[in-house]
Every structure is written in C-alpha cells, then in structure tokens.
Design a protein around this ligand. Structure first.
Ligand code: HEC
Ligand code: HEC
Length: 368
C-alpha cells in the first residue's frame, strides 16, 4: 500500500519535474538504450514465444470464419494501424474507434483509447477475439474449431511445444494470448530520426526544420510534451492519465457524441466526459487518420486543432472540459511546417520494415 502510494507520488513528481524541465530537455540528449518492456513472471519474452506469437498475430485461422487476423487491422507498414477512419470487424460492423498503432505498446501502463482496466497485453486480446460489441474476429462460440485448426497443423504443434515446454505444448487460448503478448513486446520503435538525433546530436539526423519543430514541441507555449512525453510520446508509459482535448462540445457543457464519450463510460464521473488516453506519436505520419474516432484526416489539421484550443472551439467557446494544457496558441505558417517536420521525424523506417515483425505468411494474399 505504502509502496504504491510512494510509486504514485514518485511518478507524479517525475511528471511535474518533466513538465517543468521539458523545454530544456531538447538540448539534453538521453542516449541510454531502453530496457526491454516488462513482462509478467509467468510470460517471459522468450524467442520461442515471440516467434509463435508472430505466426498467430498474422494468422487468419485465429478468427472464427477464418479470414481476419490481428494483422488485418494492425499492419506493420502503417505502424500497426490500418489507415481506416474506424476499424471494421469481420462481419463488416464498424468499430466506434480508430485502430491505434502498436509501436512500443509493451511499455504502456494502460491499453486502448479509454479503458483504465485494460492493463495487460495478455488480457487485451480477449476483446478483438471474443468481443460481440462490436464483433471483430468472431472467435466466440468457435473456440473448439479454431483450436482444432492449430492442432491439425504439425508446424504449429512444434511451435507450441517449443514455446510452452512446461505444459507439453498445450494448444489453448491462454497460451495463444500469452504468445501474442510476447510478440507484441518486441514491437519496439527506437530508430526514428529523432532517436538518432538524441543518440548523437551531431549526426544531422534531424533537418533544421525538424530541430526547430522539436523546440516548439517541447516548449511551454504548445505544451505538447506535457502529455506526449518522450521517449514513447505518451504519458501512458508513465502512469494512466486521460485527457479531454476539446475535440467536441455538443452542448456548451463539453458533451461528446453518444457513440463514444471516453473515460466516463468506465467511471460514470461527469468530469471524465471526453477523456481519452494519450496516444503515442511514434510513426504518427503513417497512422492517419487521427484521434479516437479518426475524425481528423491530417497532421496539419491536428496542429490546427490544438492551435485553436481544441476543435470544439472552432464553433465558438472552447469546451469547458478541455484540459488546461489545451488552451490554444499563436503559430506562424513556418512554425507549423517545422512542427510537422518534427512529427514526421518520429517515423522509424527500420521498425516499419523490420523482417522480424512482419507476417510470416506474406506470400498469401489477405482478403481486402
Ligand atoms: C477489426 C480490427 C482489429 C482487429 C482484428 C484487432 N484489432 Fe487491436 N485494436 C483495434 C481497435 C479499433 C483498437 C482500439 C480499441 C479501443 O480503444 O477500444 C485496438 C487496440 C489494440 C491494442 C491497444 C493498443 C494501445 O495503444 O493501447 C492492442 C495491444 C491490440 N489492439 C492488439 C490486437 C491483437 C493482439 C489482435 C488480435 C488478437 C487485434 N488487436 C485485433 C482494431 C483491431
Ligand atoms: C492534455 C494532454 C495533451 C496535450 C497538451 C497534447 N495532446 Fe495530443 N493528444 C492527447 C490525447 C488525449 C489525444 C487523443 C484525443 C482523442 O482521440 O479524443 C491526442 C491526440 C493527438 C494526435 C493524434 C494521435 C493519433 O494516433 O490519432 C496527435 C498527432 C497529437 N495529439 C499531437 C499533439 C501535438 C502536436 C500537441 C501540441 C501542440 C499535443 N498533441 C498536445 C493529449 C494531449
């Protein structure tokens, strides 16, 4: 108890300290390589589990009808997002939300757009597999069929055996979810031009425009780094926090559209209307469209959204529920271009093309 109180105070202290020092951090490279994402004691990130997880992540046989995989929506070349405004499940049902990228997801303390209870990768995959509202992979009620597909595949039996020797390679959904979680802990993006610049500021990895944009990003005036905290460009890797960015204000009291109002759905606290977890900005240039509902098409428009103090402010007053850090700011066209150049410098070509993270079934065309 005391320990967790201390941990909270400590991380809150770190956040405050960061917010305070943020403008100076740009000048202070922190070149230490990150430790691998923490894994639960019962699911170490072994090479065998990671490899099995990679096969499963991209295997359409994991869905009930057999034509959708995790990788259908989480595509590596798009930073593991899907390019759609909102995700479309296997029955054609529209998900209320945009598919987030998965870079560095193993470091996040809280998963998905606005669910404080979703904290473990091992549990998170239950939702796309078995969820009924919306239906994504439609595995519910078809568990036996799905497991039989893998049982019948000798190569899979060997992979389960290698990954889970302690159970004799039992093929079941807990093992499937553990292997996929292990694979997702290897989705590490740390080689963007920004990272190369941090490792060696003399490398010239950042263009002059991107360097100016970096200064803007970390400046108090724009306050971006208050929530998009490096190195993962989200505070979700520090402690679960949810913010209202003034995207909607339907009634002058801050209301969001009924389909998705964020954290309030879990807490019933009116103050949590429109609060969402800060998404990472890694590979942000390839994960369009933006926001929890995919309602903003381009990065330039996202910058415009923040500059006016939240999209809601376009129609009059800023939302009363918007974060105090989203107040709007003056930004010149050339500064806007610089900030855009910095956001583009978070694109990690090494990660996007990493063979080890790609589908092992690349020769097999996936259905559109
Ligand atoms: C139909 C498209 C679709 C499929 C299939 C799908 N996802 Fe997702 N994924 C999404 C959407 C949409 C979200 C956001 C969900 C939310 O916020 O409620 C998401 C969120 C996530 C997250 C949280 C990311 C973050 O930033 O916190 C993880 C991890 C994830 N998915 C992994 C998986 C895995 C593993 C599978 C396969 C078992 C899978 N997804 C299948 C669309 C999909
Ligand atoms: C108060 C915290 C906060 C501040 C300050 C903030 N953001 Fe955000 N940002 C968020 C949250 C939360 C979302 C998701 C909001 C939603 O979907 O409704 C978001 C979404 C985004 C997205 C879309 C990400 C995606 O994957 O769809 C971009 C790009 C972005 N912010 C850039 C910036 C920039 C640039 C700044 C500074 C001008 C900034 N943010 C300031 C919290 C913040």
């Amino acid at each position: 108890m005391l320990r967790s109180v201390f941990a909270i105070l400590f991380s809150a202290g770190l956040v405050v300290l960061f917010a305070w020092t943020a403008p100076f951090l740009a000048a202070q490279p922190t070149s230490a390589p990150w430790p691998p994402p923490p894994a639960p004691a019962d699911n170490p990130t072994t090479p065998e589990r990671v490899e099995l997880g990679r096969y499963l992540f991209y295997d359409v046989r994991l869905s009930g009808p057999g034509y959708m995989s995790c990788g259908t929506c989480h595509r590596p070349e798009l930073g593991f997002s899907d390019g759609r405004r909102v995700a479309i499940g296997i029955t054609g049902e529209r998900h209320p939300r945009n598919t987030p990228g998965l870079a560095n997801v193993g470091y996040f303390q809280v998963l998905t757009w606005a669910n404080p209870a979703e904290t473990r990768l091992e549990e998170q995959s239950i939702r796309p597999l078995f969820g009924r509202d919306p239906i994504e992979m439609m595995a519910e009620g078809r568990q036996a069929d799905i497991l039989a597909r893998f049982e019948a595949d000798l190569a899979y039996r060997a992979r389960f055996q290698a990954a889970f020797p302690e159970t004799g390679g039992t093929i079941d959904f807990p093992a499937i979810r553990m292997a996929i979680a292990a694979f997702q802990r290897t989705l590490i993006s740390d080689d963007a031009p920004y990272d190369r610049h941090i490792r060696d500021p003399a490398s010239g990895a950042l263009s002059p425009a991107a360097r100016r944009g970096m200064d803007l990003f970390f400046d108090h005036r724009l306050a971006c780094a208050t929530c998009h905290v490096p190195p993962h460009f989200t505070d979700a890797a520090i402690e679960p926090r949810f913010h209202n960015t003034g995207l909607y204000d339907l009634d002058g009291a801050g209301a969001y559209p009924g389909g998705d109002q964020g954290l309030i759905a879990h807490t019933q606290d009116p103050g949590d209307m429109g609060r969402f977890r800060t998404p990472s900005l890694r590979n942000i240039a390839v994960t369009a469209p933006y926001m929890h509902d995919g309602s903003i098409a381009t990065l330039d428009e996202v910058i415009a959204h923040y500059a006016v103090g939240g999209q809601a402010a376009l129609t009059g007053q800023p939302s009363p529920l918007a974060s105090p850090h989203v107040r709007g700011f003056e930004i010149s066209p050339s500064e806007r271009a610089d900030l855009l150049a910095f956001l583009e410098a978070l694109t990690d070509a090494t990660f996007l093309a990493d063979e080890h993270l790609q589908s092992p079934y690349r020769w097999r065309a996936e259905p559109p």
